[in-house]
Design a binder for this molecule. Structure first.
Ligand SMILES: Cc1cc2nc3c(=O)[nH]c(=O)nc-3n(C[C@H](O)[C@H](O)[C@H](O)COP(=O)(O)O)c2cc1C
Length: 190
């Protein structure tokens, strides 16, 4: 019998057409183990977080995203690095979702990678994201770390062309799926 489908949701922190992070997310998805589906949650048109707006009710796209996350087995972040941290658009989405009940990052296996122009390949952004997910009780995969530096030299014709990086993306996807399976098995015995 084939194993049940694993459902992932993904966030991309760049809205740019031709974003390297979006292309890296595509490369990640293409290398996931069979039986895994991914839905990318688009966050570009969410309002800026405002507690007064929240008091009137969460915006529809935030509610929809929460429901998708609650129905998913794991979360993926393609995180660019803006001024040594995560992009504002990604932080805004995390801030909104973090105020919801149930808080949808809690307990979810999750993975992060990123591509940047600089040599550190979003390392600083990823560590900031990891820090946020400590507070939000996400179960972030520790390794492999996938930091795609000098991004303009590693993509051509819309494809990720770096073999070492592609292997790391594949390994990260396998680690995430393994973590999801372990998490599911553990939930069943409780
Ligand atoms: C506001 C802003 C801040 C940036 N800060 C950094 C940075 O701190 N480190 C870095 O390596 N690249 C930085 N960059 C360059 C980005 O890595 C580069 O634009 C990259 O292509 C963004 O990801 P994307 O291709 O997915 O849009 C910055 C770019 C912008 C627009």
């Amino acid at each position: 019998m084939s194993e049940p489908t694993i459902k992932l949701v993904a966030f991309c922190g760049s809205l740019r057409k031709g974003s390297f992070n979006r292309l890296a997310l595509q490369a990640f998805i293409e290398r996931l183990p069979q039986g895994t589906s991914v839905e990318t949650i688009e966050i570009g048109d969410w309002p800026l977080y405002n507690a007064d707006v929240q008091a009137q009710g969460f915006p529809n796209p935030v509610q929809t995203a929460q429901q998708k996350m609650l129905a998913a087995d794991g979360v993926v972040f393609a995180s660019p690095e803006y001024n040594y941290s995560v992009s504002g658009v990604l932080k805004n989405a995390i801030d909104w979702l973090s105020r919801m009940t149930p808080q949808p990052f809690a307990g979810k296996p999750m993975a992060v990678f990123g591509a940047s122009g600089g040599p550190l390949g979003t390392a600083r952004s990823q560590y900031h994201l990891r820090q946020m997910m400590i507070f939000l009780d996400g179960r972030m995969i520790n390794k492999p770390e996938v930091m795609i530096g000098a991004a303009p030299s590693k993509f051509a014709d819309g494809k990720f062309t770096d073999e070492v990086g592609a292997k790391l993306l594949a390994d990260l996807g396998a680690a995430l799926v393994l973590s999801v399976r372990q998490h599911k098995a553990h939930s069943h015995v409780k």
